[in-house]
Design a protein around this ligand. Sequence first.
Ligand code: SDX
Length: 428
Amino acid sequence: MGDTAELKLPEGQSIQLPVITGTEKERAIDIAKLRTQTGYITIDPGFGNTGSCNSKITFIDGDKGILHYRGIPIETIAEKSNFLETAYLLIYGELPSASELHRFVNDITHHTMLHEEAKRLYDGFPKDAHPMAVLSSVVAALSTFYQDEEGSPEEVFQNNCIRLLAKLPTIAAWAYKKSVGQPFIYPDNNRSYTENFLYMMFSLPAEIYQVDPEMARVLDLLFILHADHEQNCSTSTVRMVRSSGTNIFACIAAGICALWGPLHGGANQAVLEMLELIRQDGGNVQKYIELAKKKDSDFRLMGFGHRVYKNFDPRCKIIKQWCDKVLNKMQVSDPLLDIAKQLEEAALKDAYFVDKKLYPNVDFYSGIIYKAMGIPVEAFTVMFALGRLPGWLAHAKEFSDEEGNKLNRPRQIYTGPVNAPYVPVDKR
Ligand code: SDX
């Protein structure tokens, strides 16, 4: 018997609960038998102290600002890998051989087109539809084009994994083209993954469009940095939905909807809107630092703070370095980058942010680069979704592959009325 934790209950009973230790020495008290043994449950709104699963995919040490994909530091992956190789690593658990990688990339390259009837879905959206609404709708609708698939569950998952990785950039680019009233650009299979996305986003039938290879590489890096982040809100949503046994398209559509929120993936859009607000207000950074500290103000410093990181987000450090490189390369200066740097400097000197360990997170600088690339601000969270897709797929696979995983169905403590009477409508 390994370590145990003793729980003493008000009624006098005490029980021993098993303690489990992860490979990075994280410790948890296993309460799987708590209710059957004691009638008690635990409660933890926001799940800040509750582990939902064991996972072999990503490790985060929030105090040290550490992020590893399958045991490899994010800094190493960002420097040496590329997005599709990282996607393979996350989904299948190891770096692919050259032939495995070639086949994976080739399969994705040859599934980038959407069914022509799927293209007609776009006719139903208003021009100003938010692209996250389009993305989640079209992804969920993809399930109608791939029903009753032949093959084992593993083969079906593998095929649909490839389809989603291949088609999400096309779906995203077509959402943008719809919003600007330009013709949809079909994928070009002679281009790399991110090059193809930028081509579908910005090329026009009327002229030859050259993708800047350095921009394609920067986008590849951004996708790597966003690829997974253990049990964040959207990934936990994907696992929750997967637990009901539904198809992977429904799981990913749910993950997209969870990511949309401004407290999660929607923060990159909210950061740019906040920086623009400060710019229009004369760049008065200190005013907004003070506003963010006010208890009664609902203004928050978007792109700052994190449920897990109580140190610098390692992804933010890398993105910040690339901001300067990209803007220098494009020979553009962006006043919003200057404001962002001033905001970071002021916040990191302010006791409120220091005491609460609020540091810039992955969303704080990423929008500066997306803006420099010409990505519209309302599509910033779409970019996050494109990057996060491999993580969602990896966790959905891990959930399905693991023995013993069952329907996720949390308990609650009821605090509503008791023995309430039914009052007839003429007496109310
Ligand atoms: C992502 O989980 C993941 O891994 C997410 C992600 C991923 O890769 O999947 O990393 C991506 O979602 C990054 C986070 C993007 N969101 C934002 O940048 C929005 C701004 N940040 C916050 O809203 C907030 O920091 C959260 C939501 C991210 C985390 O908040 P928590 O953990 O729920 O903590 P909290 O809201 O309870 O805040 C603790 C204190 C509070 O003050 P007190 O009540 O203790 O007095 O810190 C304050 C908060 O008011 N606070 C902030 C703040 N963030 C927290 N005050 C001002 N500005 C902020 N940004």
